[in-house]
Design a protein around this ligand. Structure first.
Ligand SMILES: NC(=O)c1ccc[n+]([C@@H]2O[C@H](COP(=O)([O-])OP(=O)(O)OC[C@H]3O[C@@H](n4cnc5c(N)ncnc54)[C@H](O)[C@@H]3O)[C@@H](O)[C@H]2O)c1
Length: 250
């Protein structure tokens, strides 16, 4: 049974990872959280320095601010990591690359395999329909702060070329759509967990590919899969494409 040390244990994603542990043949040995307030069925410490329990892998759904302490702990004990937090800047990405020289590190801003497949299909569609107009639409609940979503930006990056320009909504525009623009549209309302659609609009035909997240458990499931995967890897940086390749192997 895989022993997980869960960083950000008392947050929403921490709760989801905890809930799925049993069915994923894993156990949460301990948690770390700067606000260890939510009740969890394992000890939760305010910092890594308090952790006594052994772990096979660290899973992180905290914040970028917690990264340095986490990497220091992981490197000193040679524990593989799964990094699920979003919003890393250049400096943090460099620290991850440095740590990955001595421990395996898996990182993805979206742990949903469905979103990974959506991205892969979008790349293929772009290659085969190079002249089609592309528009990206995302829908999220009315509490979401940022727009467009990080996943919409990931989709944009998957299909962009050197000439591409993002166009956010079209308010105030009085000109025709330009060939190389990609429209990005954010809808906010209700309790929608997250929907992403990428549309390819050509002469006489339209292809739309859409992913709908019904709840956050899909990200926790992805994190558990990533944890099992990374625990068996050599030091280095890994992402969803490595996990997908491993899943396709017989
Ligand atoms: N990769 C994915 O698929 C995916 C999916 C959902 C959310 N996320 C990201 O995961 C992170 C957590 O999301 P959430 O919705 O659970 O947020 P949340 O605010 O509910 O939980 C974050 C938890 O981390 C704790 N925390 C904050 N700073 C910390 C630190 N320095 N050290 C240890 N713990 C710390 C907080 O006290 C909180 O309990 C965010 O960055 C979010 O964008 C990623």
């Amino acid at each position: 049974m895989l022993k997980i040390l869960l960083s950000g244990a008392c947050g929403r994603m921490g709760g989801q990872v905890t809930e799925l542990a049993g069915q994923q043949n894993a156990v949460i040995a301990a948690g770390v959280d700067v606000r260890p307030e939510a009740s969890r069925p394992y000890p939760v410490y305010p910092a890594f320095s308090f952790v006594q329990e052994e772990a096979d892998v660290i899973v992180d759904f905290s914040r970028p601010e917690g990264l340095n302490a986490l990497l220091e702990y992981a490197v000193s004990r040679k524990i593989p990591c799964v990094l699920g937090a979003t919003g890393y800047q250049e400096k943090e990405l460099a620290a991850i690359a440095e740590a990955a020289k001595s421990v395996p590190v898996f990182r993805s801003a979206n742990m949903s395999m469905g979103i990974y497949v959506l991205q892969a299909l979008a790349k293929q569609a772009k290659a085969l329909l190079p002249d089609f107009d592309i528009e990206i639409v995302e829908r999220h609940h009315n509490q979401k702060l940022d727009a467009p979503s990080g996943t919409a930006i990931m989709l944009y990056n998957a299909v962009k070329t050197q000439e591409t320009q993002p166009v956010y909504g079209r308010e105030g525009r009085t000109q025709k759509r330009q060939k190389d623009e990609i429209g990005m549209h954010a809808i906010r309302g209700g309790t929608v967990a997250g929907e992403h659609e990428i549309g390819f609009y050509g002469p006489g035909e339209t292809l739309r590919i859409e992913h709908q997240a019904q709840d956050r458990s899909i990200f926790a499931l992805g994190a558990h899969r990533a944890a099992r995967f990374i625990a068996a890897q050599a030091p280095g940086e890994y992402d969803m494409s490595d996990l997908a390749r491993a899943m396709l192997q017989p």
